[in-house]
Ligand binder design. Structure first.
Ligand code: SF4
Length: 154
């Protein structure tokens, strides 16, 4: 069993109320191999919601108090992102899950690359807040693209 970003399984949990559905994940979900979760919803944020980016660093920096998560309205939503990451981790620990497949570039789920905080589409190296917390706790984290490539899906 792996945990997966809910939006990859067709759940409309993205900031704009849409999803990132991919048939491979639907197939694995139906086979009982995936647990879909959305850390931003677990953190109490509404859907739809304003787009958010990490300003001043990566998810690891957010967890260390060196960076913040800000939305396009200029609101600081850092605490919701940290709470969502903690809830996400608590659920998967309860379920005995030690592997995750997460949506690339998200300020929560991003793996290896995230937007730079300028809301201009520029990417920088780093993980989202949930990914950073999972890695700290020894969870293996794939980004969705690498996972699909590994499975020969793209
Ligand atoms: S927080 Fe993660 S699961 Fe939720 S919509 Fe964003 S990328 Fe998908």
């Amino acid at each position: 069993m792996r945990v997966v970003s809910g939006c990859l399984c067709g759940i409309n949990c993205k900031y704009n109320g849409a999803n990132n559905r991919h048939e491979k994940f639907i197939k694995e979900l139906r086979a009982g191999q995936l647990l879909p979760l959305c850390p931003e919803q677990l953190g109490g944020l509404p859907t739809p919601r304003s787009a958010c980016e990490i300003v001043g660093g990566s998810g690891e920096d957010v967890l260390a108090g060196r960076a913040r998560v800000i939305n396009t309205a200029g609101e600081d939503v850092t605490e919701c992102f940290i709470k969502g990451a903690q809830e996400f981790l608590a659920i998967i620990k309860q379920a005995g899950i030690d592997e995750a497949v997460l949506q690339r570039r998200s300020p929560s789920c991003g793996v290896g690359k995230i937007y730079d905080g300028s809301f201009s589409g520029h990417l920088v190296s780093g993980d989202g807040v949930t990914t950073a917390l999972l890695k700290k706790h020894g969870i293996k984290v794939w980004n969705d693209e690498d996972y699909l490539q590994d499975k020969g899906e793209c």
